[in-house]
Design a protein around this ligand. Structure first.
Ligand code: AMP
Ligand code: MG
Length: 403
């Protein structure tokens, strides 16, 4: 059986061999809906920033040489405020009142803040402090020069980025289209959320958790109707799902008599890359592709589905998006309790992490196995327990994925 790392490598290398720059096309979206999307154009400064020498204080623009010895009395010859600058030129002995963000008048070479002055009349002020050349002036183009590339293609649009896009006049932004992800839950026992399960039935929860994970990852989820454990129905739903960029089927991938998903995928021409991964939960995780559609068969147990998505589907969707964070981030914590390893498979189990005594402390949560969503609800992380003999002791370092 392949390891989690090998499985992920297979998923990503198969996707990389199919995905070129034009694979996930670019679309234009309104700036307001761009945060979190993947930028697909590079952004240049359309003007110097700041566009003029700008005061960073409320006070008086003046010639530093005039206040080399203080106090000094200067004549107020005008005002420069944000949105309306003073258009004259200061001469020796003169100053102009200035507000934060306003252009520094020609002839001025420093700003003294209002707190260091004493107003004598409408026309005169006394300067109480010396200022060096350039004080409280942010020079033109110190943040960016017109034509500079200030944002590279391929970024996740963050808070600073959306501000930069606005200030450079991008009302519409080119971003990666969201990959379309079809979700098919399979099982004769499943009923819809608004139905009351009969004695042998349960409500379909995987379609909802998968939809939430797909959307949080940047995909565009399309939940299909539940497929029953019969080849014709399963084939119909899977064929429909194969029209998407990614198809996720849940359930029906174990060794049981009614686990028909792999057969249906094979019938429909999906080239299966693997069917099992040495991990707990999530051993029966299936991956394959047909043309440019990538296909996952995830184990039906609700926590297994969530964990398998996190480990294998999320990276693929991020790759399709041209996102920079394909692998995601593993963090380190100190284990508070002993944890047993399994020499046959790695585990990725629900845990609770808190920051205490200068480090992340991680405790696996009480959890009854791969169907236990209530146990999972106590967790805020998944801890990676390596595949090996023996136990991890309290105080050892472990890796975790924050939820
Ligand atoms: P399977 O992989 O089809 O053998 O399913 C394993 C377990 O997960 C069974 O107990 C199923 O009832 C349960 N299960 C399968 N699909 C879903 C679903 N969509 N929502 C909730 N539980 C499910
Ligand atoms: Mg089933």
């Amino acid at each position: 059986m392949i390891s989690v790392e090998q499985g992920l490598e297979i998923v990503l290398s198969r996707a990389r061999s199919e995905v070129s720059d034009d694979f996930m096309p670019v679309e234009a979206v309104d700036l307001a809906s761009s945060p979190g999307r993947i930028l697909r154009e590079s952004i240049t400064a359309d003007a110097d920033s700041p566009p003029f020498d700008r005061s960073i204080r409320d006070g008086f623009a003046l010639k530093a040489a005039d206040v080399a010895s203080v106090p000094a009395t200067l004549r107020i010859v005008g005002e420069s405020r944000a949105g309306r600058s003073f258009d004259g030129t200061l001469r020796s002995g003169e100053c102009a009142e200035i507000m934060t963000g306003a252009a520094v008048p020609a002839g001025a070479d420093a700003v003294v803040m209002v707190e260091d002055t004493e107003r004598l009349s409408d026309g005169e002020t006394r300067i109480l402090e010396c200022v060096p050349l350039g004080r409280s002036i942010q020079a033109r183009a110190t943040e960016a020069v017109e034509g500079d590339r200030i944002l590279a293609s391929g970024r996740v649009i963050g808070l600073a980025d959306v501000g930069i896009l606005a200030s450079t006049g991008h009302a519409v932004v080119r971003v990666s289209r969201r990959p379309r992800v079809a979700i098919v839950s399979t099982g004769d026992e499943l009923v819809n959320v608004d139905e009351t399960p009969g004695p042998d039935q349960i409500r379909n929860s995987n379609s909802f958790t998968l939809r939430a994970q797909v959307e949080a990852t940047g995909g565009d989820a399309n939940v299909l109707e539940i497929a029953r454990d019969r080849a014709p129905d399963l084939n119909d739903k899977i064929a429909e799902g194969l029209q998407a960029d990614v198809l996720i089927a849940s359930g029906g991938v174990s060794m049981g008599k009614y686990d028909l998903v792999v057969g249906a995928l094979t019938d429909l021409g999906v080239d299966i890359a693997f069917e099992r991964v040495a991990m707990k939960p999530g051993k029966p995780t299936v991956f394959g592709s047909r043309g440019r559609t990538f296909v996952f068969g995830l184990p039906g147990n609700p926590v297994s589905t969530i964990v398998s998505f996190q480990l294998f589907v999320r990276p693929l969707i991020r790759l399709l998006l041209h996102a920079p964070d394909v692998e995601g981030t593993l963090r380190q914590a100190l284990l508070t309790d002993e944890a047993r390893c399994d020499p046959a498979r790695a585990a990725c189990v629900p845990a609770h992490v808190r920051f205490e005594k200068g480090a992340y402390q991680l405790t696996p949560v009480r959890w009854k196995g791969s169907s236990d969503l209530v146990g999972l609800s106590r967790a805020n992380a998944y801890v990676m327990i390596p595949q090996r003999e023996g136990t991890l002791n309290a105080g050892e370092r472990v890796q975790f994925i924050p939820m």
